[in-house]
Design a binder for this molecule. Structure first.
Ligand SMILES: Cc1cc2nc3c(=O)[nH]c(=O)nc-3n(C[C@H](O)[C@H](O)[C@H](O)COP(=O)(O)OP(=O)(O)OC[C@H]3O[C@@H](n4cnc5c(N)ncnc54)[C@H](O)[C@@H]3O)c2cc1C
Length: 363
């Protein structure tokens, strides 16, 4: 049986960033990816926003890794020519209760060390964005947008330059903990078995399933929470990203731009039982109401179904929000294994900071 120093399961943003960090640290890394190409999972179905980190409880992994990751991803994008725009984000309130929520976000952002987050008067926000209606706002200049596919390719390229190998069409089917490491069975057209000294489980929506198939203890229950997007026909209303105050399980139906300047609204919150990416046009009804709170002149019929992504939740619809779960040998007791669960937003922003954490836990 072939022996491998380090196996990373999953070639999404987290797996590729982890593979890069491990390869730079001198480890021999093989990334096993089930699909025929990299990044076809959650990493290509998101808002492509590099968040600043004001939403998450102070001291949580989400807060710390998002604030650190924002800077790391921006620097990496500049160095590797990945398209990135620091467009800035307005978080807006439209009534007294939402103004109160803004105050909480501002305090949290400051405690989390978010760069340059500031309250601005409603008049100033509406002068920045003439089609906007609000009663108060926060401005986050450190929030930006990135070409996610460019980021995936640059992470893969840098990992490979440092000796990592990405094996496509190589689904991990199961494994057992044995002497000297974990024995991993790989399916696909050429089934094989490896003995790996270090294993990183970064399989996105499948992370819990893969961990169970490897006999890992302490795997949390997992849930699927879909987020649907609608694109806008006609003229784009805003130049900045515009977010309402967050809702349970999501950041609220917000306005984001892609690198080509096209606007879209989403994601909403839809708890589901199996992976299904079809966007039901009827969901537009609730979008109109939510968006018109801050953009009253949204024309009838302007929204068209676009795409959806699925959040890998480790809490159910009625449970409080959970932090990223990153388990190393001290947490689950299995030598050499680092498992990542519940890597939802801000996972894109945090990918390089998460990778550093994985590298340390795998050392
Ligand atoms: C709707 C939505 C919007 C979001 N918006 C943002 C945002 O604006 N900003 C932000 O910071 N974050 C955002 N996120 C979060 C971010 O997209 C994710 O945290 C990140 O992409 C997760 O990457 P990943 O590598 O863990 O998962 P994935 O990209 O899904 O990668 C996992 C990989 O593992 C592979 N795999 C699965 N099973 C196996 C197996 N058995 N063997 C081998 N390979 C396997 C899959 O094929 C896949 O390629 C959003 C998420 C969603 C759902």
């Amino acid at each position: 049986m072939e022996r491998i120093d380090c196996v990373v399961i999953g070639a999404g943003l987290i797996g590729l960033a982890a593979a890069r960090a491990l390869a730079i640290a001198g480890r021999d890394v093989v990334v096993l990816e089930a699909e025929g190409t990299i990044g076809t999972g959650i990493s290509s179905r998101n808002s492509e926003v590099v968040h600043a980190g004001m939403y998450y409880p102070t001291g949580s992994l989400k807060a710390r890794l998002c604030v650190a990751g924002n800077r790391m991803v921006r620097e990496f994008a500049v160095m590797h020519g990945v398209p990135f725009k620091k467009v800035g984000k307005l978080i807006v309130a439209t009534d007294a209760a939402e103004e109160q929520a803004l105050t909480v976000i501002l305090d949290r952002g400051r405690a989390n060390g978010v760069e340059a987050l500031a309250p601005i008067p409603a008049a100033e926000a509406m002068a920045m964005e003439p089609q906007l209606t609000c009663t108060a706002a926060l401005f986050s200049p450190a929030t930006g947008i990135i070409d996610t596919h460019g980021l995936l390719l640059a992470l893969q390229g840098d990992a490979e330059e440092h000796g990592a190998v990405v094996a496509l069409r190589s689904p991990v089917m199961g494994g057992t903990v044995g002497e000297g490491g974990m024995e991993i069975q790989v399916g696909g057209t050429e089934p094989s078995r490896f003995l790996a000294r270090t294993v990183v489980i970064a399989a996105g929506l499948a992370s819990c399933r893969v961990a169970r198939s490897l006999g890992m203890p302490g795997v949390p229950a997992d849930y699927l929470c879909k987020g649907n997007y609608f694109t806008l026909t006609g003229r784009m209303p805003f130049e900045h990203l515009v977010y309402p105050v967050p809702v349970a399980a999501g950041l609220g139906v917000h306005y984001t731009l892609d690198m080509a300047g096209r606007g879209r609204f989403g994601p909403d919150v839809e708890w589901i039982n199996h992976e299904d990416y079809v966007v039901d046009p009827a969901r537009a009804d609730s979008f109109y109401g939510a968006i018109r709170r801050y953009w009253p002149s949204l024309p009838d019929g302007a929204l068209e179904p676009a795409y959806s992504g699925i959040r890998p939740k480790i809490q159910g619809p009625d449970d409080p929000a959970k932090d990223f779960m990153v388990q190393g040998p001290k947490d689950h007791g299995v030598p050499g294994v680092v498992a990542l669960y519940g890597i939802e937003s801000p996972g894109l922003t945090s990918c390089m900071a998460l990778a550093e954490m994985v590298r340390e836990l795998a050392a």
